[in-house]
Design a binder for this molecule. Structure first.
Ligand code: GLP
Length: 243
């Protein structure tokens, strides 16, 4: 089942998404959270940090598994997703860092990196709640449009459009890593609940295609229509092509 929650703007989207994650932590303090990067969830993390500072949220038993990581970027590179998660969430809350996991971008053996990551996700018991952003081409994690849904954590060659979209964070397009390790569609779909955050008019077309169009690996996020418990929190601009 897919619920769509319409919000006024980015701030409102961020608050509502954070409230849903907060409720998950309150209901199950040792929840396994599947976490996401990109610019969209930054406000959500900000609100979660605020919740912790107010004394409303306790992360001491929370475990986390992130969707993806660039291959070949050292952790201390400020564009690694390891760095991002520490910067936006982990170092501001009382999460036990031993309970936080990302694919190991520094592992050159991609088969090993991916197998180990699947094993970690299984060992923690799978995601209770998986947070997702939405790429302009419909990618989730780094599952790019393709002929067939990839099931498990795998190494991907980033598409030119994703490299273009992400180059704003790097000195130049040449500095954007060309590959990443990402949870597969199967890994994402196994989450008990899924929460998608989307904001902005530039996402309006892909919101329409992904959530109201046919289910196809050419629009990876469209598979979410088949998940039993998905909540999309989107602002008015992102929903402007729907209805
Ligand atoms: C990146 C990430 C995705 C993210 C997407 C959209 O490629 N790997 O997980 O959802 O970008 O990013 P943004 O939220 O900045 O539009």
């Amino acid at each position: 089942m897919m619920r769509i929650i319409r919000t006024k703007d980015y701030e409102d989207m961020s608050k509502k998404a954070a409230n849903i994650i907060a409720a998950q932590i309150v209901l199950k303090p040792d929840s396994v959270l599947g976490l996401a990067t990109g610019s969209t969830p930054i406000g959500t993390y900000k609100n979660l940090v605020e919740g912790y500072r107010n004394g409303d949220l306790d992360f001491s038993q929370v475990k986390s598994v992130n969707l993806d990581e660039y291959r070949g970027l050292p952790r201390e590179n400020d564009q690694s997703y390891y760095y991002f998660m520490h910067d936006h969430l982990f170092r501001h809350v009382n999460i036990n860092l031993e309970n936080t996991h990302l694919p190991d971008g520094t592992e050159a053996d991609s088969e090993k990196a991916c197998m180990e990551y699947e094993a970690i996700i299984e060992a923690v018991g799978g995601q209770d709640l998986q947070l997702l952003g939405l790429g302009h081409n419909g990618h989730i994690g780094f599952n790019e449009p393709c002929e067939e849904f990839e099931k498990l954590t795998h190494c991907v060659n980033l598409t030119q459009s994703t490299i273009e979209a992400n180059k704003r964070f790097f000195a130049s397009a040449d500095d954007v890593p060309k590959q990443a390790y990402t949870m597969g569609i199967g890994t994402i779909m196994k989450a008990k609940k899924i929460l998608v955050v989307v904001s902005g008019a530039d996402k309006a077309q892909i919101v329409k295609d992904a959530f109201f169009g046919p289910v196809t690996p050419q629009v990876p996020a469209s598979i979410l229509q088949m998940h039993p418990d998905v909540t999309v929190v989107a602002d008015e601009a992102a929903l402007s092509k729907v209805e």
